[in-house]
Design a protein around this ligand. Structure first.
Ligand SMILES: Cc1cc2nc3c(=O)[nH]c(=O)nc-3n(C[C@H](O)[C@H](O)[C@H](O)COP(=O)(O)OP(=O)(O)OC[C@H]3O[C@@H](n4cnc5c(N)ncnc54)[C@H](O)[C@@H]3O)c2cc1C
Length: 486
């Protein structure tokens, strides 16, 4: 294999992962990132002594991170330290009414029993099946590059074919009659970007990630993982340049020959884009694009989000590091995301208070709060709408958690559709890429290698295997393998 000059567009998790694999194989790798901070959707916001992760806050599937670092003879611990959250999270269903999810399956069984006597036996069986799916999916299937449907056909998947045609919602509700427990078990597939009623039952491996393995917090926040991966890449010789906006991918004789960034031509033998797939193709002349606007329009995109980063001048009560607010009708909210794109009347929301666990997140005696409302991509985004929704959720938050917080706010920063487009060139301002539905799984997703331009590759959450930090790490490995074979 010859040593090549490789340009990577973007510095999200998939790009950073790919860069390390490619540099380890001996290539000359340069990352060009348009923003002044690396990390893509996982950037960091610092303000008045508070530190917020702008994007991901849930560290799941630690084995995927271990496998990544092990490929370089390293441990995650060489770059950041992890703490298992206890409790993992809690879920509000009404005023002072919440279910707490502990850090072991035993504790979660106790919570299920308290809610519905007898449900823990069903839960143990459900999680055992989910564990078997996890072993097949996360240890094997997701490491296949999505080139052919045959990749999914193995003796282990053949006996589970029914699970590809059933849905998480059907399987959960067959086993659990209790609405609240069913909602908790349907929550993890939200990370895959689609409704539980549209996600294949096989994806119950997310329930094993949740209840079987647990939720972790990297000390000082998720951005430490970005920094760790960037350090590894630099140790391997990767050159990272920020504030470099790629304006064009140059194609000569049907082959990627480099890029134009900040008006400057930069030569390369291979171009790999870790930016949103749709945007990456707009950097090409139209005849070299593989997917039409109509193609993207037809796809089920994962939600966008309205996010708030709030500094509170006191510690808050009755909340955990991760707290979910499921006190309203999720079906109605989901319709407003997937079926009839509009602002939801009464949204579910998620809140994270990293300063409960981590002193680095806020000054002493204060609380850092991150609030997230999932919304349809592409809907109208104005300051007035943001303000209205902040007030809406804080009013509910005060009632549900029984405390006043509005008068304890030092500052609020927000992030929504327009910022996703402006900061990341995200298609319709999606937050989590393209959803993993049955028809958007593996070989049915946008391909890692261009079919029209030689030496042009793609990686990241719109490609294989899909949304989330662990899949992005895997995406980087898969594309690096393809480049090495090309
Ligand atoms: C609010 C939010 C919460 C999330 N929560 C979780 C969570 O808790 N756990 C989890 O596992 N996952 C979570 N995710 C998903 C996870 O963050 C993403 O799947 C992952 O970070 C995507 O990485 P990526 O490599 O695909 O690309 P991105 O992070 O999107 O990076 C792409 C990069 O390309 C750059 N770029 C774009 N265009 C150009 C250009 N023309 N020139 C140069 N650079 C360019 C962008 O600036 C960006 O840095 C969350 C995402 C969001 C947005």
């Amino acid at each position: 294999m010859s040593q090549k000059q490789i340009i990577i567009i973007g510095s999200g998790f998939s790009a950073l992962a790919a860069a390390s694999y490619l540099a380890k194989s001996g290539h000359q790798v340069t990352i060009l990132e348009k923003n002044d901070q690396i990390g893509g959707r996982a950037r960091q916001l610092k303000k008045d002594g508070f530190t917020f992760d702008i994007g991901p806050t849930w560290y799941w599937m630690p084995d995927v991170f271990e496998r990544f670092f092990a490929d370089f003879g390293k441990l995650p611990d060489d770059y950041y330290s992890l703490e298992k959250l206890s409790p993992a999270y809690s879920v509000y269903f009404g005023e002072a009414d919440r279910i707490t999810i502990g850090d072991t399956l035993d504790k979660i069984c106790d919570a299920f029993e308290a809610e519905e006597p007898g449900s823990s036996k069903t839960l143990i069986k459900f999680i055992d099946k989910a564990r078997k799916n996890y072993d097949i999916a996360i240890k094997d299937l997701v490491y296949r590059p999505g080139l052919s449907p045959l990749e999914l056909v193995t003796p282990k998947t053949a006996v589970r074919v029914g699970q590809f045609f059933s849905t998480i919602q059907r399987d959960v509700r067959k086993a659990f009659n209790n609405e609240r427990l069913a909602l908790i078990l349907e929550f993890p597939v939200l990370f895959l970007g689609a409704k539980a009623s549209k996600t294949p039952g096989f994806y119950s491996f997310m329930n094993y990630a949740d209840f079987g393995i647990g939720t972790f917090h990297p000390k000082k926040g998720m951005y430490e993982v970005v920094k760790g991966m960037a350090s590894l890449a630099k140790e391997l010789g990767v050159h990272i340049q920020t504030s470099m906006n790629v304006e064009q991918i140059i194609v000569e004789q049907g082959k990627a020959a480099g890029v134009v960034a900040n008006g400057q031509r930069l030569e390369a033998e291979v171009v790999l884009s870790g930016a949103d797939y749709h945007h990456s193709e707009t950097l090409l002349p139209e005849s070299f694009r593989q997917y039409s606007e109509a193609y993207w329009e037809r796809k089920t995109f994962a939600p966008s989000s309205l996010l708030f980063y709030v500094g509170f001048d006191k510690k808050l009560n009755n909340v955990d590091h991760h707290t979910l607010f499921f006190d309203v009708d999720f079906e109605k909210h989901a319709e407003a995301i997937y079926d009839d794109a509009k602002w939801p009347e009464d949204p579910l929301f998620y809140a994270s208070f990293p300063s409960i666990t981590d002193d680095n997140a806020a000054p002493k005696g204060k609380e850092a709060g991150i609030f997230l409302i999932p919304i349809a991509p592409g809907i109208e985004d104005t300051q007035a709408i943001r303000d209205k929704f902040l007030d809406k959720i804080l009013t509910r938050f005060e009632m549900l958690t029984q405390q006043n917080v509005k008068n304890s706010i030092i500052f609020t920063e927000s992030f929504c559709v327009n910022d996703f487009v402006k900061d990341y060139n995200s298609y319709k301002g999606n937050a989590y890429g393209m959803a993993n539905t049955l028809l958007q799984t593996a070989f049915l997703r946008p391909k890692l290698q261009s079919k029209k331009v030689k030496s042009l590759f793609f990686t990241g959450q719109l490609s294989v295997p899909g949304p989330g930090v662990p899949p992005s790490l895997i995406s980087g490995k898969l594309v690096a393998d393809l480049i090495n074979k090309s």
